[in-house]
Design a protein around this ligand. Sequence first.
Ligand SMILES: NC(=O)c1ccc[n+]([C@@H]2O[C@H](COP(=O)([O-])OP(=O)(O)OC[C@H]3O[C@@H](n4cnc5c(N)ncnc54)[C@H](OP(=O)(O)O)[C@@H]3O)[C@@H](O)[C@H]2O)c1
Length: 302
Amino acid sequence: MTTEPPRPPADTASIGIVGPGRLGSALAAALVAPGSAPVTVAGRSPAAAEALALRIAGVHAATPAEVIERCDLVFLAVPDGAVAGLAASLSWRAGQSAVHLSGALGLDALRDATEAGALAGCLHPLQSFPSGEPPAEAARRFAGITCGLEAPAPLDVTLEALATRLGVASVLRLERVDRALYHAAAVLSSNHVVALSVAATQAWALAGLDATAARPALAPLLRAAAEATASFPPAEALTGPLARGDHETIERHLHALDAVPELRELYRRLSRELLALDLGHAPEAAERLRAILDEPSAQKRL
Ligand SMILES: NC(=O)c1ccc[n+]([C@@H]2O[C@H](COP(=O)([O-])OP(=O)(O)OC[C@H]3O[C@@H](n4cnc5c(N)ncnc54)[C@H](OP(=O)(O)O)[C@@H]3O)[C@@H](O)[C@H]2O)c1
């Protein structure tokens, strides 16, 4: 009978990270609390891992092969499309754990690791780790968030303990979850907010205002709306002309946006989406808003 070697708990497992990018750097910085074991980090080329090791005490730079050789628990913090290829290129062994951080990928992306006897897992922080933020600051982004988790026992227990160590507030099991839809929800909540910020800046500049002033002026609105969605149901979180039923204001917006059909269509489509909420308007007022927002653009009318 073959028995698996005992798996060390999260705070004593030797941890490695391949991929010193946005999330890999933040994770490394978050895991090297004083008194904890060092974290070994590798990249495609040595430069990024070495730079991270210089910035964060407790991070050691190595090659991907050295990470696999030295570490019990290895995070593959590379772009989703590189996970399977990287997993296939490394020499895994029984008793080791390979963990990716992608919301969209299942554990099948780590098939080569499991075929070599390692356990496969996924730990997906529902958080945005932008580039350009110092890793020590990015490390704080784990606090209070939810992390998606998929892993067999006993790796699931190890990853839950690790999530707790990172300050994660809750863990969401992803077994039997449609990962593409789950990840699309995350992208709508995060990346597409950036698209809205870009669109808003475009309208701001068209109004004749200085585009560089747009972000500081508009970001508090964006932040307040995001915070309101966390505290109130959507219909209560919503403010502005749609919530009030100010159809003339909305008509003015649409008319002004006729100059940029893509922007107008984005505005119209998102507003139309909000009409699905119970905003408490009288039936005639709701019908009027619907008619305005179903109206084709000036270009289509021609
Ligand atoms: N950033 C986020 O907000 C976020 C949030 C949740 C989950 N995730 C997940 O985290 C993972 C990493 O995302 P990221 O945003 O951190 O990506 P990223 O900033 O682009 O970093 C990827 C890192 O992987 C390295 N790399 C690429 N191919 C490699 C290979 N074959 N071998 C070794 N290193 C390689 C890159 O090095 P080079 O510089 O040499 O290309 C870079 O250091 C993805 O699965 C993503 O879905 C990210």
